[in-house]
Design a binder for this molecule. Structure first.
Ligand SMILES: [Zn+2]
Ligand SMILES: [Zn+2]
Length: 359
C-alpha cells in the first residue's frame, strides 16, 4: 500500500557495543543498511533518515535519574558491569545507547507527524531494560521511551507486539499497570532468560488483561508460531483497535540463531510483518513502528531484517524478497505442536474475556 517507510540508522549506532567477544555486535545494523542499499531499496517508497541522539530528558521519560547518572559515570570510566554480567559498561556506552534511543524517538515523531507511514529502527528494541536497571544487553528501553513520546503526542491505544525470542520483560514491567496492549511471543522462561513471560502475568490495576504472554517451547517452528500469532495476537489487536502499532522485531527466534533455540524461518518473519502491516493500515492509517532486537548471527540477522523492511515498505520486487528467504525447513514435532495448542487455549481463557472476545 502507499506511503513512505523510514529506515532510521546512524553510524553512531556502532558505539552501542560491548566489546569484540560479546554476542551482540552492532555490525549487524550496518550490514542490514548495506544490504538494503545494494538491493536498491531507497528511493520512492523507502527513505533513510539519520537520527539525532536522545536527549537526557527524553531518556528520563522512562528511566530514573539515579540510573541515568549511574550509566553516565560507568560510561566515562568503562570496565564495570551495568547488570549482573551480560551488559558491560564499555567507555562511551552512554553515547551509543543515546544514539539508538534517538532512532526510536525519530521513528515515533515521523509517524506522529505523518511524514512517513511506517518506520524501522534496527538499532532499537532494547526490551529488557527496566526503569532503574540494565539487563540482557539493554541499557535504555527505547521501546518504552518511544511509547512515552507517543503518549505525549496524544496517542492512547498503543499496541506493543514483541516477537523477540526472549520475553519483553522490561517493557512489560514499565507498563504493567497501564492499558497499553503488550503481546510477547517468546521461548518459555522455564530455564531460559529472563525467566519470565508466563501466561498468568496479565498486568494489574488498569493494566489488568493488557499484558499477554505466549511462552513457546524450544523447537517451535513456523506453523506453530503462526498458529499462535493468528489465534491470539491478531484477534486481540483487532479488538483493541489501536491508533499505532509498535513491533519489537528481534529475529533471534531464527533456527540458526546461536542463543535462543526456536526453529523459525523467514516465513514467520515475513508473514508477521505482512499481517501487522495490513492491521496498521486497517486501524492506524498505516502507523507501524518496527524496532530491531535480538539476532546474534550478524549475516542472518541482516537478511531477516532486510526481508521484514522490504515486506513492509514494498520497496523491492517479490523476487528480490524471495531471494532473501530461507529455503531450509527445520524439522517439525508433534510434541511442540501439542504444547503450543495447549498454551494458546490457556492464553485465550485467561486474557480474551478482558477484551470481549469469546475464547
Ligand atoms: Zn503500507
Ligand atoms: Zn532476544
Amino acid at each position: 500500500m502507499t506511503g513512505i517507510t523510514a529506515f532510521v540508522f546512524s553510524d553512531e549506532y556502532m558505539k552501542y557495543q560491548f566489546g569484540p567477544t560479546h554476542p551482540m555486535q552492532p555490525i549487524r545494523l550496518k550490514l542490514t543498511f548495506d544490504l538494503l542499499k545494494r538491493i536498491g531499496a531507497f528511493g520512492e517508497k523507502a527513505r533513510h533518515y539519520v537520527p539525532a541522539p536522545a536527549r537526557e530528558e527524553e531518556i528520563r521519560l522512562v528511566h530514573s535519574k539515579d540510573y541515568v547518572d549511574f550509566v553516565k559515570r560507568a560510561s566515562s570510566v568503562g570496565g564495570v558491569m551495568l547488570d549482573r554480567g551480560d551488559t558491560p559498561a564499555v567507555k562511551g556506552i552512554y553515547e551509543g545507547a543515546s544514539s539508538v534511543v534517538g532512532g526510536s524517538i525519530c521513528c515515533a515523531k515521523l509517524l506522529a507527524e505523518k511524514e512517513v507511514a511506517h518506520a524501522f529502527n534496527p538499532g532499537g528494541g532494547l526490551h529488557h531494560a527496566k526503569e532503574g536497571s540494565a539487563s540482557g544487553f539493554c541499557v535504555f528501553n527505547d521501546v518504552a521511551i518511544a511509547t512515552r513520546v507517543l503518549q505525549k503526542k496524544g496517542f492512547e491505544r498503543i499496541v506493543i507486539l514483541d516477537v523477540d525470542g526472549h520475553h519483553g520483560d522490561g517493557t512489560q514491567e514499565i507498563f504493567y499497570s497501564e492499558p497499553i496492549l503488550k503481546i510477547s511471543m517468546h521461548r518459555s522462561g522455564v530455564f531460559f532468560f529472563p525467566g519470565s513471560g508466563f501466561v498468568d502475568e496479565i498486568g494489574k490495576g488498569e493494566g489488568e488483561g493488557y499484558s499477554v504472554n505466549i511462552p513457546l517451547p524450544p523447537g517451535t517452528d513456523d506453523d506453530s508460531y503462526l498458529y499462535a500469532f493468528e489465534q491470539v495476537a491478531v484477534p486481540l489487536i483487532r479488538a483493541y483497535r489501536p491508533q499505532i502499532i509498535l513491533n519489537q522485531f528481534g529475529v533471534d527466534g531464527h533456527y540458526e540463531d546461536p542463543l535462543v533455540g526456536l526453529s523459525l524461518t523467514t516465513r514467520t518473519f515475513g508473514s508477521v510483518a505482512s499481517a501487522v502491516h495490513d492491521l496498521a493500515h486497517e486501524f492506524c492509517e498505516g502507523k507501524y513502528l518496527l524496532f530491531g532486537g535480538g539476532g546474534y548471527d550478524p549475516e542472518n540477522t541482516a537478511r531477516c531484517w532486510a526481508l521484514v523492511f522490504l515486506t513492509v515498505s514494498e520497496a523491492a520486487s517479490r523476487e528480490e524478497i524471495s531471494r532473501l528467504s530461507d529455503t531450509y525447513r527445520p524439522p517439525k514435532s508433534d510434541e511442540v505442536a501439542e504444547t503450543v495448542q495447549r498454551t494458546i487455549a490457556e492464553v485465550k481463557k485467561v486474557v480474551f474475556p478482558y477484551h470481549g472476545i469469546p475464547p
